[in-house]
Design a protein around this ligand. Sequence first.
Ligand SMILES: CC(C)(COP(=O)(O)OP(=O)(O)OC[C@H]1O[C@@H](n2cnc3c(N)ncnc32)[C@H](O)[C@@H]1OP(=O)(O)O)[C@@H](O)C(=O)NCCC(=O)NCCS
Length: 327
Amino acid sequence: MESDGVRVPDPDEYLDVVALANEVFRHAEGLRPTMEADLPLLFTPGDTSPFRVIGPRGAIASMLGVVVTRILLMGVTLEVASIGSVATAAAHRGRGLAGRLVDAALGESAERDLVFISGRLGLYTGRGAEPVGSFLEIERVPAQLKADHRLTTVPYEDHWLDALVAMAQAEPVRWWRSRALWERLVTVRGRGSADTWIRLALLGSEPVGYLVAGMDENRAEVWEYGGSRRALVTLMASLPVERVVVYPGTWDLAARHELGTGATVPALGTIFAPDLGRLGARLAPLAAERATAPRGSTPGLSPLAQLFGPRSPSPLPMVWPGCLNYV
Ligand SMILES: CC(C)(COP(=O)(O)OP(=O)(O)OC[C@H]1O[C@@H](n2cnc3c(N)ncnc32)[C@H](O)[C@@H]1OP(=O)(O)O)[C@@H](O)C(=O)NCCC(=O)NCCS
């Protein structure tokens, strides 16, 4: 690709891309340079294929990442692209570089059903991306959660990989992930960054649930979970923190039932639908199946907002930093 100065960096420029991302998102914020460990789906050593950059070798001025994947949604498969890590070196800002990269990334995603963008800036909304959708934020004190004492919880170790993958792949709403990708995600997140906590719940010796959480001092954020929702509550109760937050998707009524209610918070990112008609057709089986519930169109909402709104026919996992697929 080479249009409007936008290019895929050569593999030997991988460390330059990492350096720019760390400069903008970590050093500039006074943080340690952890982009590779934090975003293993985007940063694979030596693989520059997910990146688009502007600027010559040795002096990359602007970058972004595009990860192409799939969402499996109760039998419907959506092809999606996730755009993130959009960064321009401080000295090159305000010249339209990021805008050109976003244009290129949206252009090459025209065949996808959906594009998730990890931000709400005018840079995205000005190009048709919409800040739609919401999460239910449930915050609890682990010590007050009712653990199921028939269950025990154990830290994730490599020999649990097959069980973890089997539980994840039985979830009705999930990101597509091969066993190899799971292995990479849990290896990088589990070992590369000390703030990630992966745990399984066992009934006897049988794994019945798992949880991946990000730890921040005395607060844990549940990023992903699978298996029994009773096990989820028990896993949350075992977290060594004072507060734990979970963001169940709208589809996840079981977790909500067990955990009680919470506050509705807007999804952090924006969504771009290259072809709303095509997206609607893909989601038609879900819409038809769920049409028995009282729902319908809400006046004044955009078509995309209706698809992702509270009456949505599609319980989609939205753009959320707390997720192993976040870029
Ligand atoms: C956000 C960022 C990528 C923009 O890069 P850029 O190359 O300067 O972007 P552009 O020149 O294409 O301008 C993009 C928009 O940002 C605005 N903008 C550019 N420079 C700006 C500045 N210094 N202050 C405020 N707004 C600015 C432009 O007006 C433009 O808005 P518009 O699309 O509504 O016209 C860059 O400022 C950056 O790296 N910021 C830190 C990391 C970050 O926040 N990334 C985005 C995560 S969602």
